[in-house]
Design a protein around this ligand. Structure first.
Ligand SMILES: C[S@@+](CC[C@H](N)C(=O)[O-])C[C@H]1O[C@@H](n2cnc3c(N)ncnc32)[C@H](O)[C@@H]1O
Length: 213
């Protein structure tokens, strides 16, 4: 897992000080599933479920990460395939910027969380959207319990992982596609990195609490 160190550090940061032992934990936008494996292996939840809209990613996870108490499901962040009040913790990491409706997503997180449950959340947004974004958080019915601007940490992680990414792109990506893949991988010359460095975009982490009934 050494090459996944920087993404896993983000999972570690989000769950810092949260005891997941015996808890029902859901990750929305679980991708290729490594974060859910990390939580499942190191934090002893009762069950760890990953949900992603991409069925290929979910199939990959169910073929690759086969451990009791760990599962993956196809599902949409705006229509989560779970009953009300069934999760103690919902995680969401670098996925929500893809969702058409933040209000619908936040409503779903609140719906599936038990009273007193936690929403552990990290993503990035343009600074120019900050006020509107904060209003959505305020209107979600959940309370912000912890908040951090982790942009400098993310920039540093990008720098430290840059050489590995460039070597992989050089080795595996056809020249005609290299520019777009560098953008996707957020290497030093990418728009995303420039936006973080110039302050146009910020990377936040949040802990939100679903008020006890
Ligand atoms: C950048 S990946 C992040 C994966 C993982 N959280 C991580 O940090 O490694 C974003 C993921 O969000 C998923 N996603 C995008 N829109 C979604 C939606 N509406 N509902 C559920 N998942 C979605 C994508 O398929 C993708 O796997």
């Amino acid at each position: 897992m050494a090459h996944e160190r920087y993404s896993l550090q983000l999972y570690d940061h989000l769950t810092e000080g949260v005891d997941l032992t015996g808890k029902d934990v859901l990750e929305v936008g679980s991708g290729r599933g490594g974060g859910a494996v990390f939580i499942h292996q190191t934090m002893n939840p009762r069950q760890m479920v990953g949900v992603d809209i991409a069925s290929e990613a979910v199939d990959f996870c169910n073929r690759t990460h086969t451990q009791d108490g760990l599962s993956y499901k196809v599902g949409d962040a705006e229509k989560l395939p779970f009953e009300d009040d069934t999760m103690d913790v919902v995680l969401n990491l670098e996925s929500s910027h893809c969702y058409p409706s933040m209000d619908a997503f936040l409503g779903e997180v609140k719906r599936v969380l038990r009273p007193g449950g936690l929403f552990l959340y990290a993503d990035h947004r343009p600074r120019s959207h900050e006020n509107a974004f904060r209003k959505k958080l305020q209107n979600s019915g959940m309370r912000i319990a912890r908040e951090a601007d982790i942009t400098p940490n993310v920039i540093r992680a990008m720098e430290m992982d840059q050489e590995r990414k460039l070597a992989l792109i050089h080795e595996r990506v056809p020249k005609s596609m290299a520019n777009s893949i560098r953008e996707f991988a957020a290497t030093d010359d990418s728009t995303l990195r420039h936006e973080f460095v110039s302050g146009k975009r910020w990377y936040f982490s949040l802990t939100m609490e679903n008020a006890a009934a």
